[in-house]
Design a binder for this molecule. Structure first.
Ligand code: ARG
Length: 472
């Protein structure tokens, strides 16, 4: 154990009952200031609302209330300008702000913490922070959605192979494929909005765990800070981090979706696919191979999904079996949360830029859709529409594919006579039915890839995103 630290200057909010100083190693081990300083704006907002309430209730005088509020506002400006020097020996952001306030306005600063504990204070800061983060990320999700929808709009005619098992399956419109991600991202926005509703509960007024003896006005504080609800159980309010778990879970799904999209960028920009050419601003080079244009930004989005999932599991593990109410374990809620916000934010921004600048190689997509017997299902549907049970139709077209494959031909390159060797139900219109255009047009079911269906969903997406009706 290292030597005890003593300070001439006050460095703690709880020195009174201690005769010995805290070990240096313990100070460093327990301090959250290196990361929770990020909460200074939330902490000051909460303190201003609390001080106003204390003055309104006559718990402190209005002159004291004003002095505290003005001091906090000045401190916030100092911190906004980056001019505030954080003392690394302090325990957390709450301590740093309260001590700095005392240095500026004197003893009256000591009245701010009346009827409050750091336990309900930190819960408040985190709820304010999560609400703000959700608003910010929701906006960035819309930014990516706009980029995807803009690209979809330019490609309502572009036909590509749709895949199952990463094998060419059936032709689809590129716009349909891109709009699939719009659907995922819309669910993400909904989930975040849902999480926000449960974060929108004021915990302040719960005290350390049991409530407070002062005649406080919790509804007033809730209104001041824009909370829709006030917590109903003080023990729960200081212990609850469910809203962080929910946020991390919603963020994990965002990253799962982004990693799938990123993986498609990686695949599609290979010369083997040749579907996309990345803008040089969204690719990186190799230090040894001069020809390389690597999709590193997309790969990193794919890779960073893992750490966000890790933060979710880490938070759950921290909460598991914690007895009520507050325990210092809960301080572990912050770093994973902050890193998640940073990671999701950066990933959304990078992908939005990537998709606003990427070049689509429509002829390569079309070629790939025409190869690989992607319209074989259409041949089977053709026979089934003429009365053959689908299972038999499937069998016949399977034989047809094998026959064509052995001759190195596409289905459409077989003659009518050859088709009729397999089934007399084939007519002159079979060639037309096997084009990729006919294949997508035939899937004219709600939610299907027919151009009319895709166009309708595209218009809806643009309306949801507030994009002009004619043009991205
Ligand atoms: N830094 C602490 C945290 O993040 C603040 C609350 C401290 N409360 C306490 N009783 N030590 O959880």
């Amino acid at each position: 154990m290292g030597p005890a630290v003593s300070g001439t200057r006050k460095a703690k909010l709880w020195g009174g009952r201690f005769r010995q100083d805290t070990a240096k190693s313990v100070l460093a081990f327990t301090s959250s200031l290196p990361f929770d300083r990020r909460l200074y704006r939330e902490d000051i907002a909460g303190s201003i609302a609390h001080a106003r309430m204390l003055a309104k209730q006559g718990i402190i005088s209005s002159t004291e209330g004003e002095a505290i509020v003005n001091g906090l506002v000045a401190l916030r400006e100092e911190m906004d300008r980056g001019q505030f020097a954080f003392d690394p020996h302090l325990e957390d952001i709450h301590t740093a702000i309260e001590l700095a306030l005392a240095e500026r306005i004197g003893e009256v600063a000591g009245k701010l913490h009346t009827g409050r504990s750091r336990n309900d204070q930190v819960a408040l800061d985190l709820r304010l922070y999560v609400k703000g983060a959700i608003d910010q990320l929701t906006g960035l999700i819309q930014g990516l959605e706009r980029a995807l929808v803009g690209l979809a709009e330019a490609h309502v005619q572009t036909i590509m192979p749709g895949y199952t098992h990463t094998q060419r399956a059936q032709p689809v419109l590129l716009a349909h494929h891109l709009l699939a991600y719009f659907e995922m991202l819309e669910r993400d926005r909904e989930r975040l909005g849902d999480c926000r509703r449960r974060a929108d509960v004021l915990p302040l007024g719960s005290g350390a765990l049991a409530g407070t003896t002062f005649n406080i006005d919790r509804d007033f504080v809730a209104r001041e800070l824009g909370f829709g609800q006030v917590s109903r159980n003080s023990l729960d309010a200081v212990s609850d981090r469910d809203f962080i778990v929910e946020f991390l879970a919603a963020a994990s799904l965002v990253m799962a979706h982004l990693s799938r999209l990123a993986e498609e960028v990686v695949l599609w920009s290979t010369p083997e696919f040749g579907f996309l050419t990345l803008d040089q601003a969204y690719a990186t080079g190799s230090s040894i191979m001069p020809q390389k244009l690597n999709p590193d930004p997309a790969e990193l989005v794919r890779g960073k999904a893992g750490r966000v999932f890790g933060h979710l599991v880490g938070m759950l593990a921290t909460l598991k079996a914690l007895p009520l109410s507050y325990s210092r374990d809960l301080q572990e809620d912050k770093e994973g949360l902050f890193d998640t916000v940073d990671t999701v934010q950066a990933s959304l921004e990078v992908l939005a830029g990537l998709f606003s600048t990427v070049k689509v190689n429509a002829p390569a997509m079309r070629r790939a859709a025409q190869e690989g017997y992607a319209t074989a299902t259409d041949a089977a549907d053709y026979l089934a529409r003429r009365g053959l049970p689908f299972r038999q139709a499937h069998e016949i077209v399977g034989q047809l594919v094998r026959y064509a494959e052995e001759r190195g031909k596409a289905l459409a390159e077989l003659s009518l006579e050859e088709f009729r060797r397999f089934s007399a139900l084939f007519r002159e219109d079979i060639h037309q039915a096997l084009t990729v255009e006919a294949s997508v047009a035939a899937r004219d079911v709600y939610g299907g890839t027919a151009p009319g269906q895709v166009q309708a969903r595209l218009e809806e997406a643009k309306r949801i995103l507030g994009m002009p009706a004619d043009g991205p």
